[in-house]
Design a binder for this molecule. Structure first.
Ligand code: 9YW
Length: 409
């Protein structure tokens, strides 16, 4: 056991609020959806029951529709904006009104496989909830084919250039006064801009004003885009959920149908001009025409191809530390600005799973070694500059610590 192992476990314990884990103190003082799934994976390396607790707490806040919210506000903290009052969802405990990439079934499978006997009852209790969430994705968000998001925050890659064309159509000029908190915790230059936030809050206000009605938001909301990243996470998670269902003795044919439908929709997000999967504005049909790390999650879903391989190596060879979140050769690239360029360790971990399964253990090892170097140099930061490994965003970050314990060490 190394010092970093100890430190990673200490971070998970430090951010553990009793059944749920904060991404990091200060900047993100609540439970976030896909962060929690990664936390479970990390906990499973040294405390299997605690891993299941994390998934249980997340799914306990599932809405009657099946949607699982992106933030659960267990205990109000004035250090984060927008808080529960802005979302106004009326849930107990309060939650946001949007979701995040459904990586939970994939992480549940990883946790379960680490100790199948101990996890069987826990898995059996969780399974119907995961199934209901996947059904919600299929019925509510895959009506256009690929998975659609109604807010950039749902992608988990908040300000990546993929959303620029959709955000341009959101009029943020009449948003009420508000005070951001994120820029008080970290360098504002590493965060989304004020124009971004005006639009983010405008989209939240639309949801609140229509009582968070799924259909109104999809049909009339200010933002609707196909997200390659979420599409591939969902496609992969359908497969993992089917494996879990089979292990429990359930009929999984419906999940297989959802997966087949999603896979057959992938040509809609293949942009021939870009030579890659691409986000698409569902209000206009236009492609974003930018390469982002969401496209490379195709490998996680077994949907890679040789053209994508070429793009992957082009963007990866242009940097030194992991896969950049946006194309280093594009004008929108910024090596330290959040999702507009930096390398994110947890995303590297997901991509590496995809590479390994696609017979590219060499790429998985390169990615692991580059990620290890960042963490060895600086510790468990939120994200890193892919050019020089400068640490960025929040420190002592849960999912960065989790992927150290499960993959990067
Ligand atoms: C925000 C917690 C979350 C992640 C997202 C990331 C960021 C929150 O932090 O969003 O307020 O900007 O983009 O993927 O779940 O770590």
């Amino acid at each position: 056991m190394t010092d970093l192992d100890d430190k990673a476990r200490a971070i998970l314990r430090l951010n553990d609020k009793g059944g749920y884990t904060l991404p990091t103190h200060g900047l993100y003082p609540y439970q976030w959806n896909w962060d929690s799934a990664f936390a479970a994976w990390g906990f499973a390396t040294f405390d299997n029951p605690r891993a299941w607790d994390e998934l249980d707490t997340l799914m306990a806040s599932q809405w009657p529709s099946g949607m699982v919210p992106h933030i659960i506000f267990h205990k109000v903290d004035p250090g984060y904006f927008p808080g529960p009052d802005v979302w106004g969802t009326g849930q107990t405990p309060p939650t946001s009104g949007i979701t995040q990439p459904p990586v939970a079934a994939t992480m549940a499978r990883l946790v379960w496989e680490m100790d199948p006997d101990a996890g069987r009852d826990r898995l059996a209790a969780l399974y119907p909830k995961l199934l209901a969430w996947h059904r919600w994705w299929h019925e509510v968000r895959c009506t256009h084919g690929p998975a659609a998001i109604v807010h950039p925050w749902e992608s988990g890659r908040d300000n990546c250039p993929d959303w620029d064309i959709g955000m341009a159509g959101v009029d943020g000029s009449s948003v009420g006064p508000y005070t951001r908190r994120d820029t008080g915790h970290v360098d504002p230059d590493m965060r989304p801009t004020k124009e971004d936030y005006d639009r983010y809050i405008t989209i939240v206000e639309f949801g609140r004003n229509c009582g968070w009605d799924d259909k109104t938001i999809v049909d009339e909301g200010p933002f609707l885009m196909s997200d390659p990243g979420t599409t591939f996470v969902l496609l992969r998670a359908h497969r993992d959920l089917a494996v879990l269902g089979q292990a429990l003795g359930h009929d999984v044919s419906q999940i297989e149908e959802w997966a087949a439908a999603l896979r057959s929709a992938l040509p809609q997000i293949w942009n021939p001009a870009l030579g890659a999967y691409d986000a698409r504005n569902l209000r206009t049909g236009a492609f974003a025409n930018v390469l982002g790390s969401g496209a490379f999650l195709a490998y996680l879903a077994g949907a890679g191809n040789t053209e994508l391989d070429t793009q992957l190596m082009r963007v990866w060879d242009a940097v030194s530390y992991g896969i950049p979140s946006a194309d280093p050769e594009a004008p929108s690239f910024h090596s330290r600005k959040y999702w507009r360029g930096p390398s994110w360790p947890f995303l590297n971990a997901l991509l590496a799973i995809g590479f390994t399964e696609n017979g590219r253990a060499d790429l998985a090892e390169r990615l692991r070694a580059e990620t290890e170097m960042m963490l060895q140099k600086h510790g468990f930061w939120e994200y890193f500059d892919p050019l020089d490994a400068a640490p960025c965003g929040g420190a002592d970050f849960t999912w960065t610590a989790a992927i150290w314990l499960t993959w990067a060490r």
